[in-house]
Design a protein around this ligand. Structure first.
Ligand code: ASP
Length: 317
């Protein structure tokens, strides 16, 4: 039955986004939220909407996912992605996958076509081959910024600790994510990332881990996260937000509380987007910036800097 007002929210990663990427990041999330919302308006499932929105963000070189992914210490691209359907808690994820343009689509295939939840590395690429997913040469996914970033971070011993903390971190990463509530009242989320610059080969972050990089339960809410993956995993950031919402906090209060607790307990920073099963929205970040946009009842809200909330009318793209 189609009696719920659809809601769509996306993020383009929480970090110290430099000024020269600011406009591209905001435009990218605005376009992606419209793409997902359009899918919802056609009466499709939330899981289709988050896949469509994240695919668009993976194609956008302004973001660290698909094309635009950052490089690991060996100069290779290793990507993580996840998708979850809050209707029945089905989920699919891939980690350390290489040479494909849309890791989120492969995550969807893990969910729809296997008995597993997470497939990594060689196995993930083998699965992609079986599914006849087209491979792309690494060069197609790599941007000049990603190469510059690797050179910059190779100078640091501990990337994860330097990336998310100071305001001087002008180079970084921007994982993408989406959460949707469809007209049947179901929630879904998807998150996709190239991870963090100069990570060890084989490093897997929070993104593909259910409850960390996101969670969707149509009885409570949906969440997608971004930020310091090692910190996010330690406190299961997404599931924590769901837990706070179950205790009666609004999506905004739950998002703020969980990020506060991540800072206090494990000194980590990041960002989150959240929708409750009632269609209320939350978004919060403890990094310098995060590009985000959400759409409900034809009105788009978006922002980049703390405290921003611009509103504009949705128009069919
Ligand atoms: N959470 C991602 C990771 O640690 C990075 C990010 O969100 O920017 O892999």
């Amino acid at each position: 039955m189609c009696d719920t007002t659809p809601v769509m929210i996306v993020h383009g990663g929480a970090w110290a986004i430099p000024d020269d990427l600011a406009e591209a990041s905001v435009n990218g999330v605005k376009k992606a939220v419209c793409a997902g919302y359009q899918v919802l308006l056609q009466g499709a499932a939330a899981v289709d909407a988050v896949e469509a929105a994240v695919c668009m963000l993976e194609d956008d070189p302004a973001f660290d996912a698909g094309t635009g992914s950052v490089l690991n210490f060996d100069g290779e691209v290793e990507m993580d992605a996840v998708i979850m359907d809050g209707h029945d808690l089905r989920a699919g994820a891939v980690a350390c996958v290489q040479n494909i343009a849309h890791p989120v689509k492969l995550a969807r295939m893990v969910m729809d076509k296997t008995d597993h939840v997470l497939i990594v590395g060689k196995g993930a690429n083998q699965f992609a081959k079986e599914m006849r997913v087209e491979t792309v040469p690494t060069e197609k996914l790599v941007t000049e910024e990603a190469v510059r970033e690797l050179e910059y971070y190779r100078k640091y011993k501990s990337t994860v600790n330097s990336l998310f903390k100071t305001r001087d971190d002008v180079l970084g990463h921007d994982t993408v994510g989406a959460v949707a509530l469809d007209c049947m009242g179901n929630l879904a989320f998807a998150t996709s990332t190239g991870g963090i610059s100069a990570k060890r080969p084989g490093r897997v972050g929070d993104a593909p881990i259910i409850g960390c990089g996101g969670y969707a339960d149509s009885k409570v809410g949906g969440v997608s996260t971004t930020g310091h993956g090692e910190a996010i995993m330690k406190i299961c950031l997404a599931k924590n937000i769901i837990h706070f919402m179950e205790q009666g906090l609004s999506p905004q209060e739950a998002s703020e509380s969980a990020l506060r607790s991540m800072a206090e307990r494990v000194s980590g920073s990041g960002g989150v987007i959240t929708i409750s099963n009632h269609g209320n929205v939350g978004k919060h970040f403890t990094t310098e910036r995060m590009a985000w946009a959400w759409l409900k009842e034809g009105q788009m809200h978006y922002g980049l800097n703390p405290g921003e909330d611009f509103v504009t009318q949705y128009s069919v793209q």
